[in-house]
Ligand binder design. Structure first.
Ligand code: NAD
Ligand code: ZN
Length: 461
């Protein structure tokens, strides 16, 4: 008789401690389902119960997640298991496009099976980066020429519209896909994306679609892209009025975090990137939060402190993705999205006048004010968080928080959109203390509105 109950259907992400310790690379082991045949004669008619393992990461965070469905399964099921491991290097360096530099060549060619194989490569460059670095297109051509024994440039470097515009415009998406098709990129070929988080997201999306995924090497050029967007496993573009409505989970082939790019980054974008450093510190690392607090006034300038902040925040993001147990966000808990339910909505409501990081700063301030109002976050931690945001020169408030549609504050629509994105149950990360996030499954509208009013006053708006 076949089993009449669901086996412990679970998805479990584990991380191998040997891989964790491998310098300079991050590794995910993703166990997607089980492929055990239904045991023909399980005495009780059930599968042996097998609870998901609860291993812990180096920092003590739980690493596995149980997604066991409650439903009873019909008979006649073959359980399929697919195990896929993803491994990619994140290289911290500077001057990686000088012809003699090895990092990019090594990253692209590291899996080469033949010494004579030349890797087809194409560069997609953020137009804002090209404006700030007028020689960047020639530099990539010269770089490939200097490594022509192993690299083959398939097309002239492609300029991608800067900032959120490239994620908003469907014509940009289709022209990126067309460019990859016309340069005959195959699954062993490599797209190198150079730019801020928006360009990396848009190019990453195109690269993930062509041939179901060509290799993507990211060269992030903003603080936010180096400490968050560029090192993670997601891409996306905006559609139907919603942020990142289209996108895929697709780990990159490699990431080159070159600090030299930050020399030309406007202060505003440096600060915006630091908002994601604050975010990841509040959910994972109180020591890093202390460090950001102590160094906030000096951090919005380039230099060793900024480099250290980028590196620490990038490693924390990588650690969370590797260890949290849900790298592809199958569950509803999203600690890395702390402050983001309102941030994404605010970006759209402000017509993308707000940078993503600025919106995240406001979103964190709003959720911290809310958590304090409902008695979850104590006054000291609340005050410290707001002060760090201010000391970094980031906003606590934007008039779009007050925008009304059909008599209702439009920002509240962000909660529903967030719930829809998660699918079903709302799960919003709130802070119990710095470094201790919890998941809330509802938020009280009156408290949200009162929090907005309070923040407007605090910001002097
Ligand atoms: N995929 C993910 O996991 C993830 C995570 C966080 C954020 N994001 C996305 O990242 C985007 C925000 O990225 P961002 O903060 O890097 O902003 P951005 O990509 O919009 O870039 C901001 C501006 O800086 C310019 N710029 C980039 N590098 C420069 C340099 N070195 N010198 C001078 N100018 C430079 C760009 O041309 C642009 O005008 C948002 O779309 C957000 O949704 C994605
Ligand atoms: Zn973000």
């Amino acid at each position: 008789m076949l089993a009449s109950h669901v086996p412990p259907w679970w998805s479990d992400v584990a991380s191998d401690s040997r891989l964790l310790s491998r310098a300079g690379s991050t590794s995910l082991l993703y166990v997607h389902a089980t492929d055990r045949e239904l045991p023909p004669e399980e005495p009780s008619g059930h599968f042996p119960t097998r609870a998901p393992s609860r291993r812990t990461c180096r920092t003590g965070h739980a690493m596995s997640v149980s997604l066991a469905p409650k439903a009873t399964a019909p008979a006649g099921i073959h359980w399929q298991q697919v195990i896929a491991q993803f491994d990619y290097p994140v290289v911290f360096c500077s001057d990686s496009l000088t012809p003699g530099a090895e990092q990019l060549r090594w990253t692209i060619c590291r899996n080469a099976t033949s010494e004579t194989h030349r890797h087809p490569v194409i560069f997609c460059i953020d137009a804002g980066v090209s404006a700030a670095w007028p020689h960047v297109e020639q530099s990539v051509v010269d770089y490939v020429a200097a490594h022509s024994d192993q690299l083959e440039l398939r097309a002239a470097p492609l300029l991608v519209p800067a900032g959120e515009a490239c994620k908003n415009d469907p014509d940009v998406h289709s022209s990126l896909v067309e460019a990859l098709a016309s340069s005959r990129m195959d699954r062993q070929a490599c797209v190198v994306a150079i730019g801020g988080g928006a360009v990396l997201d848009a190019v990453g999306y195109a690269a993930a679609l062509v041939h179901r995924g060509v290799r993507l090497v990211r060269m992030p050029t903003t603080v936010l892209a180096q400490n968050d967007a560029g090192v993670g496993v997601k891409n996306g573009v905006n559609a139907f009025g919603a942020k990142n409505f289209l996108g895929t989970f697709c780990p990159p082939f490699g990431v080159i975090n070159d600090s030299r790019w930050l020399d030309t980054l406007p202060r505003r974008d440096i600060r915006a990137g630091l908002a994601e450093a604050v975010k990841v510190s509040t959910i994972r690392d109180p020591n890093f939060f202390d460090w950001l607090e102590a160094n906030a006034p000096a951090l919005s300038r380039c230099g060793p402190l900024l480099d250290e902040s980028v590196r620490r925040a990038a490693l924390l993001h990588l650690e969370h993705i590797r260890c949290s147990g849900d790298p592809f966000e199958l569950g509803s808990a999203r600690p890395l999205d702390y402050g983001h339910w309102s941030a994404h909505k605010l970006e759209t409501l402000s017509g993308h006048e707000l940078r993503h990081g600025e919106a995240v700063a406001i979103g964190m301030a709003l959720d911290a004010t809310y958590a304090h109002r409902i008695g979850l976050l104590d006054a000291t931690a609340f005050g410290r968080l707001l002060s760090v945001i201010e000391a970094l020169g980031l906003p606590l408030f934007h008039p779009a928080l007050d925008e009304r549609r059909d008599g209702q504050r439009a920002i509240l629509g962000g909660l529903e959109e967030f719930r829809e994105h998660l699918g079903g149950v709302l799960s919003v990360t709130l802070l119990r203390s710095i470094g201790t996030p919890i998941e809330a499954h509802s938020m009280d509208q009156a408290h949200i509105e009162a929090s907005i009013d309070w923040l407007r006053d605090r910001a002097g708006g």
